[in-house]
Ligand binder design. Structure first.
Ligand code: GAR
Length: 190
């Protein structure tokens, strides 16, 4: 059984989609949820699902013992599901090709530092884009620039608000993220 660590600091709907999918396809289990916001919704999900959590701050995140803690779980994959801090170089190197991120746009468009969540959808609508989507990619040491694994598209409608576009993007994420994870667990680079 594969061990998966999720890093998430938001509502956690993607974490929930992954947890639910793994109940139907028991090829792995979420062994730890790492979070940098003590009041994040994802922590309520972790409590209900009985998944251990690790709350981090900038100091513990950058401490070398953080790598040791993660390594104890022997993760096949570390999955960033709504996590906004840049992953320290030491962690990227230690878990080379094992960290993936989901981003709510078609990278390289609307990516980079400070481009997350609703800000992305606001920018997409302001630019009058007709298409948006999601990108699942490996994490390297530059924000949103690791090798792309999967992209999925959806329309941007004339009457979309950031909220309605966000809902459509979340639907894409909840479908593709668990399935991409499943594919990678069976074929991931080592
Ligand atoms: C998701 O839409 C994800 O793509 C985005 O945060 C949201 C988290 O939602 N991530 C980023 O913007 C990363 N740059 P969730 O907490 O409901 O899963």
């Amino acid at each position: 059984m594969h061990s998966i660590i999720i890093f998430a600091s938001g509502a956690g709907s993607n974490a929930q989609a992954i947890i639910n999918y793994l109940k139907q396809h028991p090829i792995g289990k979420v062994s730890l949820i790492v979070c940098n916001k003590p009041n994040a919704g994802v922590l309520d999900i972790a409590a209900v699902e009985n998944i251990p959590t690790l709350i981090i701050d900038k100091t513990s995140f950058n401490d070398t013992t953080f790598i040791t803690t993660l390594a104890q779980h022997q993760p096949s994959l570390i999955v960033l599901a709504g996590f906004l801090w840049k992953i320290p170089g030491g962690v990227v190197q230690f878990f080379s090709n094992k960290i993936i991120n989901i981003h709510p746009s078609l990278l390289p468009k609307y990516g980079g530092k400070n481009m997350y969540g609703q800000r992305v959808h606001q920018a997409v609508i302001a630019a009058n884009e007709k298409t948006s989507g999601i990108t699942i990619h490996y994490v390297n040491e530059v924000y949103d620039e690791g090798e792309i694994i999967v992209q999925a598209h959806c329309s941007v409608r004339a009457d979309d608000t950031p909220e309605t576009l966000s809902q459509r993007i979340h639907q894409l994420e909840h479908f593709y993220f668990p399935r991409t994870l499943h594919f990678l667990l069976e074929h991931y680079k080592s």
